[in-house]
Write a protein of this length. Structure first.
Length: 460
């Protein structure tokens, strides 16, 4: 009987111990669930707060340029990361210790975030591969650019050869019926003055580039986002398409008082302080592109070569120095190609088309016409060719040839000037615009338990 009572006591103690363990286990489960629930609630609070903050993206920047960014000064002109953290608290992420771990601004890495968004815009607007048909035409422009450098060296060499021959023999070219003096004078004249239509004024607008993103000292983000950034390869053709879509050029500018520069695309290509300088720089590049096919055509046109040779022989006969005839012929052909290129630029500035390569039907300038090219009443205004390449197409070629090294920040320069001047947002700066962020949050739970987690957000 006593043994039975003893065994019952053992069972009762064992069951009591099991019960205590079960209660303790249930309590730990409930505590763990409670802690996990608290963590989940705080993470949800943080996610909601971050999404709410980044929903305050800059509306005008998106509307005008298809770019998402959070303006970090909140229209005050005084950028501060603390303002972003304060907005997080306002949206429900209070009671946490917040620290920004990684931050990307629109201007970081030469405008990488800007280029990524441009790539996504072009992809969404045109679709994958839809601009590939333009790539085929770009190969010929690369060839033209390379040939332009070679022909420039050829021109300098021929001029030196002719000058040396004349100087060595104490000769000077006659001025009568000689177009070279007039062409030398035109070569020293600004191209914009030579080719702008009479009914259009060259814009005299200028900007202080020291205040723009490409020249001033920029704020920098920090941290590497390569683990979360999507691959968004932007071809030079696609970037050029974006520029031509969103920025004006000399082909379509209408002297708007609220615009800082009228020739925005030319600025992106050249980066000068004034419209006049930017236009001149672009026209010089176009002159090089037009000079090459024009000179090649003259070399292949037997009739025009014979005409240039006849004039060279006449001039050499006058000065009794026939040995210079061949060199003078080539110099005249170079001058003729230069004059024809001026006519081409006049056509382009009038909105006309110019063929990539010339024919006898599309050639505009006679050799005799070199004598009065540039005169006010010469009547040499440039012709239109059906199916010819227009000014914007030449800009597309230049944007392709220039690559993307300096142009992204110059494009952001024009974004800044547009929003400041046209939209009245005088405080706007591209390097105050946040594209991506990662925030580390620390929460102090009950009984000294600390929970840390990170929250990432980036515009897509």
């Amino acid at each position: 009987m006593r043994a039975l009572e003893f065994k019952r006591g053992e069972v009762t103690a064992f069951l009591a111990l099991i019960f205590v363990l079960l209660v303790a286990f249930a309590g730990s489960i409930m505590e763990s669930a409670s802690l996990q629930s608290a963590k989940s609630y705080r993470r949800t609070d943080m996610n909601r707060a971050v999404e709410s903050v980044f929903a305050e993206y800059h509306r005008e920047l998106l509307a005008e340029f298809e770019v998402f960014a959070l303006e970090g000064s909140y229209e005050s002109g005084s950028y501060s990361e603390q303002k972003v953290l304060d907005r997080l608290s306002w949206y429900g992420a209070s009671g946490m210790e917040q620290q920004i771990q990684r931050l990307q601004l629109l201007t970081d890495r030469n405008g990488q975030a800007f280029l990524e968004q441009v790539a996504r815009f072009i992809e969404s607007k045109y679709g994958l591969g839809s601009l590939n048909h333009l790539l085929g035409g770009m190969d010929r422009w690369e060839g033209q650019e390379e040939a332009a450098d070679q022909y420039q060296q050829t021109e300098e060499s021929l001029n030196r050869e002719l000058s040396g021959m004349l100087a060595e023999n104490g000769m000077e070219l006659p001025t009568e019926n000689n177009p070279l003096p007039n062409m030398q004078q035109l070569a020293a004249t600004p191209l914009a003055k030579l080719v702008m239509p009479k009914d259009r004024q060259i814009s005299d607008k200028s900007v202080d580039t020291s205040e723009l993103a490409s020249h001033r000292e920029l704020r920098s983000g920090y941290g590497d986002f390569s683990d979360v950034a999507e691959a968004a390869e932007l071809s030079k053709v696609a970037f050029g398409e974006y520029i031509l879509t969103h920025f004006d050029s000399a082909a379509d500018a209408q002297d708007a008082d609220d615009r800082a520069l009228d020739y925005e695309t030319e600025y992106i290509l050249s980066g000068k302080d004034s419209d006049r300088e930017n236009l001149e720089a672009v026209l010089k590049k176009l002159m090089a592109l037009r000079f090459v096919p024009n000179y090649i055509y003259l070399q292949n046109d037997a009739g025009k070569r014979a005409e240039a040779k006849a004039l060279a022989l006449t001039l050499c006969t006058v000065m009794a120095f026939p040995a210079a005839a061949e060199a003078l012929t080539q110099v005249l052909l170079l001058a003729w190609a230069f004059g024809e290129s001026i006519m081409d630029l006049r056509s382009l500035m009038k909105g006309y088309g110019v063929p990539f390569t010339k024919s006898s039907e599309t050639w505009q300038l006679s050799l005799a016409g070199l004598m009065n090219l540039g005169a006010q009443d010469s009547g040499q205004d440039g012709a239109d060719t059906e199916g010819g390449i227009k000014y914007k197409e030449y800009l597309r070629a230049l944007l392709f040839l220039n690559g993307k090294q300096e142009m992204p920040l110059r494009a952001l320069d024009m974004v800044e000037t547009c929003l400041r001047r046209e939209k009245g947002l005088s405080w706007f700066q591209a390097d105050a615009c946040i594209s991506r962020i990662e925030i580390s949050s620390t929460i102090h739970l009950r009984r000294g338990i600390t929970y840390r987690f990170s929250t990432y957000y980036g515009y897509r």
